[in-house]
Design a protein around this ligand. Structure first.
Ligand code: AMP
Length: 192
């Protein structure tokens, strides 16, 4: 599998853009947030543990996150072309573990695409989404905590991929179709 990572603050449009990418490039969308919310909805013990972190805007511990991710990857059909990692990796350790896992499996991450959106716009979008999303973490207090966590723990992931020459930053403001155009220019080179 040749995979890509969509990175950016919560509310930067990763989920929206992933839907377009799935359609055009036939990749498989893997959102660790979605995986976790599904587990929470099942009411399992693991779901309750996940909820205790997510409802506070804190990251779920790496070992739990990586186990969920590996289980999902193992369940994929053998002919899967590639994954869009959305919301993963979120810590430097997750990035290092991901690269290790890819090497072990004979897969690779081709590029991290960082969708850049100013913070006031992020807060506006998430508050708007909170009116209908039903998500316990789309409220002002938790949004601020999620942004703090993003700056402190997820930014080093960008630096890591920049260091290994797999980093590209794109402007995340504008129409959804314009942003997709910017992403497509990167992906057209990877999936020729
Ligand atoms: P998201 O849907 O990507 O905005 O994620 C929602 C929440 O799920 C985050 O604020 C975290 O609490 C948790 N989460 C999602 N992905 C990860 C991850 N890779 N590592 C740790 N926690 C995560």
């Amino acid at each position: 599998m040749v995979n890509i990572i969509l990175c950016g603050a919560p509310g930067s449009g990763k989920g929206t853009q992933s839907d377009f990418i799935v359609d055009k490039y036939a990749l498989t969308h893997l959102s660790t947030g979605d995986l976790m919310r599904k587990e929470m909805a099942s009411g399992s013990e693991l779901g309750q543990l996940l909820n205790s972190y997510i409802s506070q805007g804190h990251l779920v511990p790496d070992d739990v996150t990586l186990q969920l991710l590996e289980q999902y990857i193992d369940s994929l059909p053998k002919d899967t072309k590639g994954l869009i990692f959305d919301g993963f990796p979120r810590t430097l350790n997750q990035a290092i573990q991901l690269e290790r896992l890819m090497k072990k499996r004979g897969d690779k991450t081709a590029m991290l695409i960082d969708i850049n959106v100013p913070e006031d716009e992020i807060i506006r979008r998430l508050l708007e989404r909170g009116k209908t999303s039903g998500r316990a973490d789309d409220n002002l207090e938790t949004i601020k905590e999620r942004l703090k966590v993003y700056h402190e723990q997820t930014r080093p992931v960008d630096d890591y991929y920049e260091l290994i020459d797999k980093y590209v930053r794109i402007q995340g403001l504008g129409k959804v179709s314009e942003i997709f155009g910017r992403i497509s220019r990167v992906l057209d080179k990877i999936y020729k």
